[in-house]
Write a protein that binds this ligand. Structure first.
Ligand code: G4P
Length: 520
């Protein structure tokens, strides 16, 4: 068994450069050969599946996918996370399946709202973060100011690994502290095309052959301050999630790409143990275990296929193997698992811990399911989040009730929405974490299920799962029947008019537990 996997995600506020960075990392990794392929491939995929219309209209990526490539004996599994502000639970769940993340910041903007949200999710799970400050080829903020902002707002130690020699119009190159390598822009496009020189330190006189006198002086002064002002890189602190190494660069102009990939290979953790109800499961454990973090239906509208994405936690998976999904309780044979390469999908004959395999199925596999050979444990920590927007679904054609139910069932299984059935009243209520999910819902209802539906305001603003003894719940229900509903799995849910209402009820009914997340 080898632990040579690096399973990671790139987290970023929209426009910081996640797509460009993904593409350039895949190029450096040898997975694709021409710039533009990630986008081109994206465009072709979108053209094929019209439920992705929203992506096209808004120019955003709604669903996450997996890209696998191998370099120098290391297998990189890059999980794409949707980056829009209105992100869904999909994003959170994808981050449960990675061992580390690259946080991309725009050098002109620093930390933005979405960066912060995604970072918080990583912190919850102690996912180690490498920071990449992008777009140094443009005018940006002072590097010290950016470093300090990361340190202060994220409460992390920061450690500069390289330094930009000027930015924007004054950008003369990147200096790598550990190796003494200077990379410089070339030609009219001012790209990195391989111009590197090695130096013994930032005061090495030979730098004068490569940089303007002003840049030499600036680099020496800034580098001295940077190295004195921040802690040294400590791999253990990074892996603990207490320190983030910071690389400056430009994805567009290809500065800092090989360094970043090398850093992931060298420092990012191999597959980590995963929490379960039987304690931590080590990747070195012999029997095969994994969990489903994403289900995507109708990837190809011609076939009603449904692919469950499983993160392998332990053991060597072999094609045809029998695994038991926790929700099903009996084994299924996995005959055509899919591995996702940057340009293709391939049937996988085997997979190792850290790998993501796609399992085609007809609805047997659900987000949060544990798959195991022995059916003796459940992975924990894959949460459902209390919806922040609740809407009533109203059919334009009332004869389509059956189709609507089926569609809502499918989409809630995928995690696009949550569906609640009120104890009183016939209209189903859908809940989402972000507005975008509602747009996806309406568009997919129409495109895939030929159901025209609209959304109406619901009287509720938020929801909480409730737990307690039978008597406590009965007592609570006596006063709140009109606010009770069941989630898709039949769990009782309190539909609240406001967070204030939740607080009020939890004070009045201390014996009932109100929960904003539910682990599956
Ligand atoms: P995202 O996935 O995080 O949303 O960002 P994306 O890579 O799409 O990049 C957003 C914009 O920033 C793009 O410009 C992209 O070209 C630009 N960009 C990314 N990295 C760099 C960089 O290192 N330097 C500079 N100067 N720009 C960068 P756009 O004009 O919105 O799109 P496009 O027409 O170039 O595709």
């Amino acid at each position: 068994m080898t632990l040579n996997r690096r399973t990671f995600a790139i987290i970023a506020h929209p426009d910081a450069g996640k797509t460009t960075l993904t593409e350039k990392l895949l190029m450096v990794g040898g997975a694709i050969h021409l710039a533009g392929e990630v986008k081109a491939r994206g465009a072709a995929r979108r053209a094929r599946s019209d439920w992705m219309k929203i992506e096209q209209q808004r120019g955003i990526s709604v669903t996450s996918s997996v890209m696998t490539f191998e370099r120098d004996g290391i297998v990189f599994n890059l999980l794409d996370t949707p980056g829009h502000e209105d992100f869904s639970e999909d994003t959170y769940r994808t981050l449960t399946a990675v061992d580390s993340a690259i946080m991309v910041l725009d050098a002109a903007k620093g930390i933005e709202p979405q960066t912060l949200k995604l970072f918080e999710v990583c912190r919850l799970r102690s996912v180690p973060i490498i920071t990449f400050i992008n777009k140094v080829d443009r005018e940006g903020r002072d590097p010290f100011e950016l470093m300090d902002e990361v340190a202060d707002r994220l409460a992390l130690d920061v450690c500069p690994m390289n330094w930009p020699v000027g930015m924007g119009g004054e950008f003369e190159g990147l200096y790598d502290f550990a190796s003494g390598r200077l990379s410089r822009p070339e030609g009219d496009s001012r790209e990195f095309l391989g111009d590197v020189s090695m130096h013994s330190g930032v005061t090495d006189p030979s730098l004068a052959d490569k940089l303007s006198p002003a840049a030499c002086e600036r680099l020496a002064a800034e580098a001295e301050l940077a190295q004195a002002g921040y802690p040294e890189f400590d791999p253990a602190a990074y892996r603990n999630g207490d320190l983030t190494p910071v690389w400056f660069g430009s994805a567009l102009k290809q500065f800092g790409m090989p360094e970043l990939l090398a850093a992931i290979a060298e420092h990012a953790p191999p597959p980590r143990p995963q929490p379960s109800d039987q304690g931590e499961v080590l990747p070195t454990q012999a029997d095969v275990t994994g969990f489903i973090f994403k289900v995507q239906a109708n990837m190809d509208p011609q076939h009603r296929d449904r692919i469950a994405f499983m993160r392998l936690v332990s053991g060597t998976f072999r094609r045809g193997m029998k695994l038991t999904p926790s929700a099903l309780g009996k084994p299924i044979a996995v005959h055509s698992p899919i591995l996702f390469f940057a340009q293709d999908r391939e049937i996988a004959d085997s997979a190792e811990p850290g790998d993501i395999i796609g399992i085609p199925n007809h609805g047997t596999l659900r987000v949060g399911d544990t798959l195991s050979e022995k059916n003796d444990l459940r992975f924990t920590g894959l949460p459902n989040f209390a919806p922040e927007i609740l809407r009533r679904v109203v059919l334009k054609d009332p004869t389509k009730t059956k189709q609507l139910r089926k569609a809502l069932d499918d989409l809630s299984e995928e995690g696009v929405i949550q569906v609640f059935t009120p104890e009183i009243g016939a209209n189903l209520i859908v809940g989402v974490v972000g507005q975008l999910q509602l747009d996806v819902l309406i568009s997919r209802l129409e495109a895939e299920y030929k159901v025209e539906a609209g959304l109406e305001p619901s009287p509720f603003d938020t929801a909480r799962w409730i737990k307690g003894s039978d008597t406590a719940l009965k007592d609570f229900a006596q006063f709140n029947r009109d606010k009770l509903a069941k989630d898709r799995d039949g769990n009782p849910v309190f539909m609240a008019k406001s967070v204030w209402d939740v607080n009020y009820q939890s004070e009045r009914h201390p014996e009932v537990e109100f929960s904003a997340t539910r682990e599956r």
